[in-house]
Design a protein around this ligand. Structure first.
Ligand SMILES: Nc1ncnc2c1ncn2[C@@H]1O[C@H](COP(=O)(O)OP(=O)(O)O)[C@@H](O)[C@H]1O
Ligand SMILES: [Mg+2]
Length: 631
């Protein structure tokens, strides 16, 4: 579909969703769809749930966050269940500001942005629909029109509880425009949009001295005072602060604790009573989710200040620590790279994984559990099985430190190091070693890292490097063993022919020339030695194999590569040992012979076709593994 067509569709859709009617008609509507009267918190909660919930082992994963937030399932579950769920039930937590506290670049803003974009979408669905008094700058809830003394009756008839009172502006409009006839007041469906400042707001602190409270709560419109005769005429007031605009939806309060105290007080009166003060008016009711974020050190400073004590109880703090799973961290990097202008650069397989291993190591805390070092802990956290440990151990490890993940290296640092390496060296391809090197260089320049920390981090770089060595060797082995089964079968057949001739004291016949040959002792020994069969034990081993073969034959079964475990192991090791020689040769021999060259080219082709390398990174890998094997 062309973009113009899409724009047209979108407009048509909005047209279709539009609804406007009198309050009387609105009352009919809510009889059918009482859920449209839900509170802002309840709407957020339902939005998250409607996107889908997966439950496994008593743990919930919310699909709503899945596409952009990785590895924070536990924190998110806590956030949804402890805050949103309780708030949706109109429990008191709703009246507190939600403060996300976590280390820098840990995904707090991403999370809040998802909620905002989500609400914009959700308000376009049936379940998430929102209605407001038409023409009200705060999109006031139409039910506020019901006078206080009739609300109990209303609740009885409709089963809906009304909170908050009609704002001074709508009170006046009711009299002036509708002659007091509530039933005639126009109501409309609204669609949240941050751009249009409907139901979604963002407030970020600026210079504390110049910051104006009006940014939050609106201000007098001096140009209209003359018209309305008084400053206390609500029509002479612009209800265009972020708190006004975010009514019915949510407001993000960025870096809240960097703000001046008087701002916080305003905000806190809103959250405590569900009201806020604007100009000279009586308190204005508001129904909105306020989400703020901050880092741990700011938070600590804030709570250690006695003057702020009264504010503590008005904030609910949710920790958003760093992700602690290697595989999820890798996904974070991929996403960030895809979103950046590095997307065209070839990133060799495992490069991001190795960076993630380093990063996660910096975030983990040592355990007192015996037999568990950080790398084992890292594996267990990532869901790998580690011999001798089970899921109970994992739970214990996780419960050992309450503040794990609140510090360490942030994902942005890694992405910056990758991009700096690429730009500086004008690379079109980057591998794990390049990435580790760049991270290391970055640490040298990093001012905010203590000497001790730097040393610890250097250790983690070498740990990550060792992990990479293992990965790289395996990778080359896999690629070397082209049609592995075939090579193994050929080698085994060859071995068995020789063993048979040896045991029966026969000669072998060369399949090509028909010449008679004695059994190839060198070949047989080269295989047997792989599993430690001594010269004295070789005869017994060979006979055992022959017996096994004839036993198979009697049962009509075919003896194959998998029929003898130790033999299989020997063949496998022999193949890998051969590989070792070949890889060694590629690096040590300046001019490989034709067959060596052919082999190398095959391996490279396989790395490219099947394992995600390009020719640069495949050659680099081969050279590196060669140097490892030559040590
Ligand atoms: N757990 C995570 N899942 C997905 N992306 C993440 C995660 N943590 C950090 N990021 C990414 O790192 C970058 C910084 O995150 P951001 O939300 O701005 O952090 P914060 O607001 O906590 O400082 C963003 O590109 C974000 O997508
Ligand atoms: Mg942020």
């Amino acid at each position: 579909m062309s973009i113009l067509k899409k724009i047209e569709r979108y407009r048509e859709e909005e047209e279709r969703l539009r609804w406007e009617g009198t309050f009387e008609e609105y009352l009919e509507l809510i009889k059918e769809k009482p859920y449209v009267t839900q509170t802002a918190h309840s709407r957020v909660y339902n939005m998250i749930n409607d996107a889908g919930v997966e439950e496994k082992d008593g743990k919930k994963t919310f699909s709503f966050f899945k596409e952009q937030i990785y590895g924070l399932e536990e924190s998110i579950e806590q956030l949804v269940e402890e805050y949103f769920h309780s708030a949706a039930k109109r429990l008191d937590v709703r009246k507190r500001i939600l403060l996300l506290m976590g280390p820098v670049s840990g995904g707090k803003s991403t999370l809040v942005t998802m909620l905002k974009r989500g609400l914009e979408q959700y308000s376009r669905t049936d379940r998430g629909a929102v209605y407001a008094i038409k023409g009200c700058p705060m999109h006031e809830d139409p039910l506020h029109l019901i006078p206080q003394h009739l609300r109990a009756d209303f609740q009885e008839e409709y089963g809906i509880k009304i909170e908050g009172h009609l704002s001074p502006l709508n009170m006046m409009r009711l009299q002036e425009d509708y002659g007091g006839r509530i039933e005639d007041v126009q109501v409309e469906r609204i669609f949240f949009s941050e751009d249009k400042r409907t139901g979604i707001g963002t407030f970020s602190p600026s210079d504390p001295k110049s910051q104006d409270i009006a940014d939050l709560t609106g201000s007098i419109d001096f140009s209209t005072i003359a018209e309305y005769g008084s400053e206390s005429d609500p029509r002479a007031y612009r209800f265009d602060g972020e708190l006004n605009k975010a009514n019915r939806g949510m407001m993000e309060f960025q870096e809240m604790l960097k703000c001046d105290e008087k701002f916080l007080w305003h905000l806190l009166s809103l959250t405590q009573e569900g009201n806020f003060k604007a100009g000279r008016f009586a308190l204005i009711s508001a129904d909105e989710l306020i989400v703020a974020h901050t880092n741990e050190s700011e938070y600590k400073t804030f709570i250690s200040n006695k003057k702020n004590e009264a504010l503590h109880s008005r904030i609910i703090v949710m920790k958003i620590p760093y992700n602690l799973k290697v595989s999820e961290e890798e996904r974070i990097y991929k996403k960030m790279i895809d979103d950046s202008d590095l997307a065209h650069v070839h990133i060799a397989p495992h490069a991001l994984k190795v960076a993630a291993i380093f990063t996660i190591l910096t975030r983990l805390k040592e355990t007192t559990k015996s037999g568990v070092d950080l790398i084992k802990k890292l594996r267990l956290y990532d869901g790998e099985s580690v011999e001798g440990f089970n899921s109970q151990d994992l739970v214990e490890l996780k419960n050992e430190h309450t503040d794990e993940g609140m510090g360490g290296i942030d994902p942005r640092y890694v992405i910056n190091r990758i991009s700096s390496a690429i730009i500086r060296k004008q690379l079109t391809s980057i591998n794990a070693l390049d990435v580790l090197r760049s991270i290391k260089e970055g640490l040298d320049q990093h001012a905010s890292i203590s000497k001790e920390e730097r040393e610890r981090y250097m250790d983690f770089i070498s740990t990550a490097r060792k992990e990479y060595d293992t990965i790289a060797k395996k990778e080359v082995q896999k690629a070397f063993v082209y049609s592995y089964d075939e090579s193994a079968k050929t080698l085994m057949d060859n071995y068995l022919d020789n063993v048979e001739a040896y045991c029966n004291k026969n000669k072998l016949r060369d399949p090509l020339t028909g010449e008679e040959m004695t059994p190839d002792e060198k070949l047989m020994r080269s295989i047997e030695e792989q599993i430690g069969i001594s010269e004295n034990a070789k005869k017994a081993f060979r006979e055992e194999i022959l017996i096994r073969i004839s036993a198979y034959a009697r049962k009509g079964k075919k003896f194959d590569y998998n029929s003898h475990e130790r033999l299989r192991e020997a063949i496998q090791k022999k193949l890998f040992a051969d590989l070792k020689d070949i890889v060694k040769i590629t690096t040590s021999v300046k001019t490989p012979d034709e067959s060596q060259l052919k082999k190398v080219n095959e391996v490279i082709a396989r790395l490219i076709d099947e394992h995600g390398y390009n020719s640069t990174s495949a050659n680099e890998l081969l050279r590196y593994v060669g140097s490892l094997l030559n040590r």
